[in-house]
Design a protein around this ligand. Structure first.
Ligand code: G3P
Length: 217
């Protein structure tokens, strides 16, 4: 399973890359706005700054919701860097646009996916990635990981090539459960990635080793 970081914060992206286990980055308009990025020029510069750090796919989301607008924005984004993946919402014109991007060699990430039916449509359109938002599903009292498992089952049975990118990850357990049920990628906030490091027995064991090591001096 690949690890992407889900942020537009440059220092967090750097920190995650320095761990040596990161494969890519995903952003969305909310994450870009959180960094105070404003205006077309600043948005372009920020994506290019992310691409300079990231040595892998970087999802950049379109704002347009009509076919022509999505295509125009997606072409501009894709031209910024070979690693840009155009992120397109799960709407009718979005599916049409994903098919167009697929036919024209542009990678896509179909976002805001909350059902297996939507994931089938994204795969039929040839999306490179499909992004089910598992944390938001949990928030509405459903089981987000179950959706990842269902999509993984369908994709394998049907031979769909679209990669399942588990998004809206809220904690380290989400990452482990997504790995168990066959997600291809988890895109996570830095805290959830670092949460994988934690176990109290590791801390207790290390403290004891360091204490005992003092007697060896
Ligand atoms: O990649 C989509 C993700 O950022 C959404 O996460 O936490 O806003 O539900 P969240």
């Amino acid at each position: 399973m690949q690890f992407f970081i889900d942020t537009a914060n440059l220092s967090q992206i750097k920190e995650a890359y320095e761990l040596g286990i990161l494969d890519g980055v995903t952003t969305n308009p909310s994450l870009m706005a959180k960094e105070g990025i404003k205006g077309a020029e600043a948005i372009t510069k920020h994506y290019m700054d992310i691409c300079k750090i990231a040595n892998g796919p970087v999802s950049a989301e379109v704002i347009a919701t009509d076919f022509d607008g999505i295509i125009a924005e997606g072409k501009v984004l894709a031209a910024l860097d070979k690693n840009i993946v155009v992120k397109v919402p799960m709407i009718k014109d979005g599916i049409k646009a994903i098919k167009w991007f697929t036919d024209n060699g542009i990678q896509t990430n179909c976002t805001l996916v909350f059902s297996a039916g939507q994931a089938i449509l994204a795969a039929k359109a040839g999306a490179t990635y499909v992004s089910p938002f598992i944390g938001r599903i949990d928030d509405s009292s459903w089981d987000g990981v179950n959706l990842i498992e269902q999509i993984a089952h369908i994709y394998r049975l049907q031979g769909f090539q679209t990669k399942i990118l588990a998004a809206s990850i809220r904690n380290a357990l989400h990452i482990v459960r997504c790995a168990e049920v066959g997600a291809d990628v988890c895109t996570c906030p830095l805290d959830s990635i670092l949460g994988l490091l934690k176990h109290p027995l590791t801390d207790i064991g290390l403290a004891k080793f360091l204490e005992d090591a003092k007697s060896m001096k």
